[in-house]
Design a protein around this ligand. Structure first.
Ligand code: UD1
Ligand code: UDP
Length: 360
């Protein structure tokens, strides 16, 4: 059985690292990188650190408007499918690479496996919501990270091929956190930034919804960070970097430590050592939850509703006062953590086992 996996963006490399490890003993995997992310610290670093096999194809699509980026991927993925003739195409999450991979395969009647199926924000203005809804409706296997995700699919009458497999990002945290903690080179990250564990907060910002507000939106967020009692470390995504730099130049913030994006192992250490995470990232919200670090999500909604129980994750408007108040006042309830809503840490093996049965 030949499986063609399409990845392109940072969180997909992380997810693919654990799923690919489970898949390779049971099938032939052809890895395709669309090139959506291409900076060294957004792409190559993950392949090297997480031991992900070198992609058989790098389509070099790069950045662009949604139509141009997705369209170019669609054309190039189709060519690879003609060449490789896979039995299954596997996609992750909700990026333009996800939709392009799923659509290219589906049009050629190649069954699609979607890992992280069923997530919904119910905000159709988000490109991610459009990508995930469309991908789910053309997938044959829908691997749901949570029961909520499967229930969301049921509401859309999608029940065939749905499996509550657990979250592959939990597999990944369980596997790599230990490796990170045992690696003195990675632990040097605290000293390099000039911080100490449990004496800083960690933030990331990259959603279109955040950056679409322009410099004013970033200033409103950073004004809140400036008032917080601990420094705020921000490994800044390249989408947000120019606005963040302009905000710092204009306002002269002293409590914000802007750094380049870091590798996954360093990111796990930074998350584990933070007193709090503030983010608009989907993946980071959950990693904070896995590591029992309180999180303020800088969005109006979250797909990961399980994390909201007991205020382990709290939503905040992109307004200075709301962010500041929630960041300093929220005290999570240790008793309110549902046991294992994200599975048992073996989602990848389960997915590999189900896919390996195809055609048998
Ligand atoms: C994409 C996904 C988003 C996901 C995120 C993970 C879509 C629509 N969005 O958002 O769901 O959460 O990846 O990080 O697919 N850039 C660089 N270097 C890079 C990559 C990007 O400079 O290596 C800059 C470019 O200016 C680019 C911008 O970042 O235009 C946005 O990149 P893009 O891949 O379009 O979207 P993300 O914000 O990364
Ligand atoms: N991440 C990383 N280095 C960074 C910032 C994030 O390795 O500098 C990891 C983070 O730990 C998580 C994933 O990237 O596993 C989340 O990706 P991102 O926030 O870009 O996308 P999302 O999850 O929102 O789609």
């Amino acid at each position: 059985m030949k499986l063609l996996t399409v990845v392109g963006a940072r969180p997909q490399f992380i997810k693919a690292s654990v799923v690919s490890r489970a898949l390779r003993p049971v099938c032939e995997e052809v890895l395709v990188h669309t090139g959506q992310h291409y900076d060294r610290n957004m792409s190559a670093v993950f392949f090297e650190e997480l031991n992900i096999p070198k992609p058989a194809y790098n389509l070099g699509v790069g950045s662009g408007t949604h139509g141009k980026q997705t369209g170019e991927m669609l054309i190039k993925i189709e060519e690879v499918i003609f060449e490789e003739k896979p039995d299954i195409v596997l996609v992750y999450g909700d990026t333009n690479s996800t939709l392009a991979g799923a659509l290219a395969a589906s049009k050629l009647h190649i069954p699609v496996a979607h890992v992280e199926a069923g997530l919904r924000s119910y905000n159709m203005r988000m490109p991610e919501e459009q990508n995930r809804v469309l991908t789910d409706h053309i997938s044959t296997w829908l691997f749901c990270p949570t029961r909520t995700a499967a229930a969301n699919l049921k509401k859309e009458n999608v029940t065939r091929g749905v499996d509550i497999s657990g979250d592959v990002m939990l597999d990944s945290v369980l596997h790599f956190r230990k490796l990170a903690q045992e690696n003195p080179q990675k632990a040097a990250i605290y000293g390099q930034i000039g911080i100490r564990p449990k004496q800083y907060r960690l933030a990331t910002l990259h959603r279109a919804e955040t950056t679409d507000g322009g410099l004013d939106a970033i200033i409103r967020i950073f004004d809140a960070f400036e008032k917080l009692p601990q420094p705020v470390v921000i490994p800044i995504h390249p989408r947000t970097r120019p606005l963040a730099q302009q905000a710092i130049a204009k306002r002269g913030y002293r409590n914000i430590k802007l750094i380049a994006p870091v590798g996954y192992l360093e990111m796990l250490l930074l998350t584990n050592g933070a007193v709090q995470v503030l983010t608009d990232s989907g993946g980071l919200q959950k990693e904070a939850w896995f590591m029992e670090v309180p999180c303020i999500t800088l969005r109006r909604e979250t797909e990961w509703v399980e994390t909201l129980a007991g205020k382990w994750n709290v939503l905040s408007a992109l307004e200075t006062d709301d962010i500041y108040r929630k960041a300093v006042e929220t005290v999570p309830d240790p008793a309110a953590r549902e046991s294992m809503p994200f599975g048992d840490g073996h989602a990848s093996e389960r997915i590999a086992s189900i896919l390996s049965q195809y055609g048998v």
